[in-house]
Design a protein around this ligand. Sequence first.
Ligand SMILES: [Zn+2]
Length: 272
Amino acid sequence: MGGAEPESAEVDRLPGWVTLLRAPNPGPMTLDGTNTWILRAPGADFATVIDPGPLDEGHLRRIAEHGPFGSILVTHGHHDHVEGADRLAELLGGTPVRAADPRHCRDSEPLDPNGPLDGNGLEITVLDTPGHTSDSVCFLVECGNDRVMFTGDTMLGRGTTVVAPPDGDLGAYLTSLGVLSAYPSVLMLPGHGPARTDTAERAHFYLGHRRERLAQVRAAMATGARTPAAVVDLVYPDIDPHLRFAAEWSAAAQIDHLNRESGTGVNRLDRP
Ligand SMILES: [Zn+2]
């Protein structure tokens, strides 16, 4: 949704051990579709899947052709990332599904945030990055000299992600961007949109964007805007009607965040 993109350039060429399969679910919230990532260390018997995507039989069968897999990992519980997990596990004969939220796990323990993971020859570290949702994680994966970050919906390849109550939390999101800003020159592979050259640069870009928006919302509230709808009218006067609901969710999160920051408790948010 607007804003100049940073120098962190789009990337066409992926490391040889990473394969992208894009799900056929394009839309305003999913961009070109959900990115399903397949990782296989050179010579490894087992690969790893990140985000099986929606319940689309053709997509899931294409993923299964890249097996066998040691595990199916999930960045967060939104249906466009996790809906196909059970069916994929079935197609693969019972591969475990691992997520931070136990409700999305299958034959496995929940992910241990900030802990290492068995990646069949890859070093995988789980980073706890709540904000887009309370269960959002990123995966830092190392293979030889390559370091890449799988960011799910915490950072997208294009546009900005939705951070909306009740499950989203803007304060937590800003903290998570701070965590990701510590990974310069680490390739960023998002849940939607193109890969980007630099995780830290992308995090700084989003931090700047969010702070700018917060300043605008603070100004709108100072002129008497009380509800997400009123804030959107002032801050995004030319909003595409199809994206208005997302803007109102974001405005609700911003109002909530600013109220908590100032400790006033006034202007309690009207959920859109
Ligand atoms: Zn999501």
